[in-house]
Design a protein around this ligand. Structure first.
Ligand SMILES: *Cc1c(COP(=O)(O)O)cnc(C)c1O
Length: 357
């Protein structure tokens, strides 16, 4: 049976070869006679996996030794407060930009623990753009941004010139294109959008960001704990790390982030071209801030929504229902979505519009 074309926002599609390799490892990891699900995280089986995953993260993103790479639990949502606890010294403030639900959640957590200013927001237009041109004072401890707004389909095409380190939630576009690591003090992301299965959170932290907070934190909530113990203070999510490592290998083998970016730009263009050519479809994001990962749109005639969804499903396209805060539809076209899959959706959209012209 052919696979469904999965446009789900997360957990989401992974490369087919990764599914195959991962399922083999569940039965027999590298001919060890053991399942990846039953090995000790302290065994000689897991150690090279964790090491390779970390090295691939470094190689793909071009990280220097100033950065530590951690594989943690708790999702991006735990990083909303762990960043504040570890990076915001008492008596100092942090700056936040509000670009939607996820950044608002980060802001709410930060307010519980410290003092912050929201220095820009696109709430006034239901987050259909990325704020620009705001001033960033140099006395903030850091600037928190959300690089890709999964729900609204907006994405930073470039990051603001910031006099302070950027702390960035990259959950839904990490590894989709090259970044300039030196602009960031900390990068975090749940794996389940563009890296692997749910259950592991990637955290990349520049060492000089740490050691500025005097308060004693619970052991599990200190980045230093995880750095000293190489992500093995407690049992790490072994299987999600393994699958993430497979995905990173796949990414390396197709040419790394520059190659991936080109593919992602082509994929997004198929859909935005349809949205721009056919007034029947209304894109949510302003054109200059459009996401290459989540393409959000409404139908001009909302009463056709159910029929459109059924039409897509009949063509094998699944997971297109938009988030409730935007409505309409969202095609999530992460790294692993094949170009062919996006072309099918673009054709389906054209056909449906013709049918109702
Ligand atoms: C999905 C998502 C989150 C939430 O991640 P969890 O791992 O479920 O906590 C946070 N930020 C962004 C940008 C997301 O897309």
């Amino acid at each position: 049976m052919p696979r469904i074309i999965n446009f789900s926002a997360g957990p989401s599609i992974l490369p087919q070869t990764v599914f195959e390799q991962a399922s083999q490892a569940v039965l027999n990891l590298n001919n060890s006679g053991l399942s990846i699900l039953e090995i000790s995280h302290r065994s000689s089986y897991f150690e090279p996996i964790l090491h390779e995953a970390g090295q691939l993260v470094r190689d793909l993103l071009g990280l220097t030794d100033e950065f530590e790479v951690l594989f943690l639990s708790g999702g991006a949502s735990t990083q909303f407060f762990m960043t504040v606890m570890n990076l915001l010294p008492e008596g100092q403030k942090a700056a936040y930009v509000d670009t939607g639900v996820w950044s608002s959640k980060a802001i709410n957590e930060a307010k519980i623990l410290g003092s912050i200013d929201v220095i820009a927001s696109s709430k006034d237009a239901n987050y259909n753009y990325i704020p620009k041109g705001y001033k960033i004072a140099s006395d903030y401890a850091y600037l928190h941004l959300t690089s890709n707004n999964t729900i609204y389909g907006t994405q930073y095409q470039s990051f603001p010139e910031s006099p302070i380190p950027i702390v960035c939630d990259m959950s839904s576009d990490i590894f989709s294109k090259p970044i300039e690591p030196h602009r960031f003090g900390l990068i975090y992301g749940g794996a389940q959008k563009n890296l692997g299965p749910a259950g592991v959170t990637l955290v990349i932290v520049r060492k000089d960001m740490l050691g500025k907070v005097n308060k004693t934190l619970p052991t599990m909530l200190r980045y230093e704990t995880h750095i000293q113990n190489e992500s093995m203070y407690n049992t790490p999510p072994v299987f999600p790390i393994y699958v993430s490592m497979l995905t990173l290998r796949w990414l390396r083998d197709l040419g790394g982030l520059t190659a991936m970016q080109k593919i992602n730009e082509r994929k997004a263009k198929y859909l935005y071209d349809v949205i721009d050519a056919i007034p029947f479809y209304l894109g949510h994001s302003v054109p200059e801030d459009r996401s290459r990962m989540n393409v959000t749109f409404n139908l001009e005639d909302n009463s056709l929504s159910k029929e459109f969804q059924a039409f897509c499903e009949e063509a094998g396209c699944d997971g297109l229902k938009g988030h409730k805060s935007v409505g309409g539809f969202r095609a999530s076209i992460y790294n692993a979505m094949p170009e062919e899959g996006v072309k099918v959706l673009a054709e389906v959209m054209k056909e449906f519009a013709l049918k109702h012209a």
